[in-house]
Design a protein around this ligand. Structure first.
Ligand code: SAH
Length: 198
C-alpha cells in the first residue's frame, strides 16, 4: 500500500514558481507516503477530519484523502492553492478536499488530525506557530521539522496538551531554488514528529 501511495503521489506537480520567503518546496513523495501510512495505521486518517496546514502542492492533503480522510487544506498563497486544486483534480480527490486560503494562525475549528510540512527555518519561528495551532485544535499531529529545532519543539510540546509519541530522522534533498546554486539540490536532514493529546 505504501509503495502504491508513493507512486501515486509522485504524480503531484511541484510549485510552478516557488516563493522562497514562504519556504515552498514539495514534500518528497516517499516521505509523504511514509507519514501518511503511519497516520493511517494509527487510525488517524480513515473517516477522520484531517487538516493540512500550509498545503503547498497539496501532496499531504491528497494522500490523506486517498486514504479515506475528510480533508481541509489551508495555505495563505493563492497560487499554491490553485496548483493544489489541480493536483487534487488530477488524482481524483477534488471532492474530498476543501481548500481554504488564509493564515493558519487564524484557523478556528477542530480536527481529529493535523498533517503538515510547515515553514521551519529559524526565520519562520522554527514552525512553532504552526505547531501551537496544530496541538491546540487536534488530537494528533504529524509534522516535519528541522533537527536544529528539536529541543525547542520538545520544550514546546512538553508545555502543551500533547506529548511526542514518535520522532523519525529523514534525509531529503531540497531543490536548488533554496540558494544552493552550485548543485542540483542539497541533501538535508529533517525530523518527522508525531504528537498526541496526552
Ligand atoms: N506540504 C507542502 C509543503 C509546502 S511548503 C507540500 O509538500 O507541498 C509550506 C507551505 O506553507 C507553502 O505553500 C506556504 O505558502 C505555506 N505557508 C507559509 N506560511 C503560512 C501561513 N502562515 N499560513 C498558511 N500557509 C502558510
Amino acid at each position: 500500500m505504501k509503495s502504491e501511495l508513493t507512486r501515486t503521489l509522485s504524480k503531484v506537480e511541484g510549485f510552478e514558481n516557488p516563493k522562497i520567503s514562504l519556504e515552498q518546496y514539495l514534500t518528497p513523495p516517499e516521505m509523504a507516503a511514509d507519514i501518511l501510512h503511519t497516520a493511517y495505521m494509527n487510525q488517524d486518517l480513515e473517516g477522520r477530519k484531517v487538516a493540512d496546514f500550509g498545503t503547498g502542492t497539496g501532496i499531504l492533503a491528497i494522500g490523506a484523502a486517498l486514504l479515506g480522510a475528510e480533508v481541509k487544506a489551508f495555505d495563505k498563497d493563492s497560487d499554491a492553492l490553485e496548483n493544489a486544486e489541480r493536483n487534487a483534480e488530477k488524482l481524483g480527490v477534488r471532492q474530498e478536499i476543501e481548500f481554504a486560503e488564509g493564515d493558519v494562525e487564524k484557523v478556528n475549528e477542530s480536527f481529529d488530525t493535523v498533517v503538515m510540512n510547515p515553514p521551519f527555518s529559524v526565520h519562520s519561528d522554527s514552525g512553532i506557530a504552526f505547531l501551537r495551532k496544530a496541538v491546540s485544535c487536534s488530537n494528533a499531529v504529524y509534522t516535519v521539522s528541522h533537527p536544529g529545532s528539536r529541543e525547542v519543539i520538545k520544550d514546546f510540546v512538553e508545555n502543551s496538551n500533547h506529548v511526542i509519541t514518535a520522532l523519525e530522522e529523514y534525509r531529503i534533498s531540497l531543490p536548488s531554488t533554496y540558494g544552493f546554486h552550485t548543485e542540483e539540490g542539497r541533501e538535508t536532514e529533517v525530523d518527522v514528529i508525531i504528537t498526541q493529546k496526552g
